[in-house]
Design a protein. Structure first.
Length: 158
């Protein structure tokens, strides 16, 4: 349950973007006793960004509609990323394996490529399948991806 609370509170907007440094959101110390759970809670819940991109099967994926009411981790990165992106995805997959199935099955992990010219749908799918077949991969034009990043408050790719 400790990890479940941490994961449920971890609606994160992070990742590696082409030429841009990753940013993090400040967090508050936990209100409960240290024995209650490990991790930190966001200062305030993040608003769900509104954007529609294409998933790896070629279908439109409305981020707001598809993730409504579900704990969601949104990651902007690219498959050719040498270290940070695969490490983060492996960490997310590892954390999810430690939570109860009831939470894991409701949790969405959404990866948005910041390199849509290079990252084809099959390439994104192969990349994500290394971590979990349940991870959702999205792509669009560079302008669409940049607009999605801006909608989250993250910097657009350079």
């Amino acid at each position: 349950m400790k990890i479940a609370v941490t994961l449920a509170a971890a609606f994160l907007l992070s990742g590696c973007s082409v030429g841009a440094a990753a940013t993090t959101t400040p967090v508050a110390a936990p209100a409960a006793s240290p024995a209650a759970f490990h991790g930190r809670e966001p200062l305030q819940p993040s608003a769900r960004p509104a954007f529609v991109l294409t998933d790896t099967s070629g279908a439109a994926y409305d981020f707001t509609a598809q993730t409504a009411g579900k704990p969601t981790l949104l990651y902007f990165g690219y498959t050719n990323c040498p270290d940070e992106c695969p490490t983060a995805m492996a960490d997310i997959a590892g954390a999810l394996r430690q939570v109860p199935e009831s939470l894991r099955s409701r949790t969405r992990v959404v990866f948005v490529t910041t390199d849509p010219d290079r990252d084809t749908a099959p390439l994104i799918r192969r990349f994500l399948d290394q971590f979990s077949v349940d991870f959702v991969g999205l792509r669009g034009t560079q302008a669409q991806v940049d607009a999605a990043a801006v909608a989250t408050g993250a910097a657009a790719a350079e």
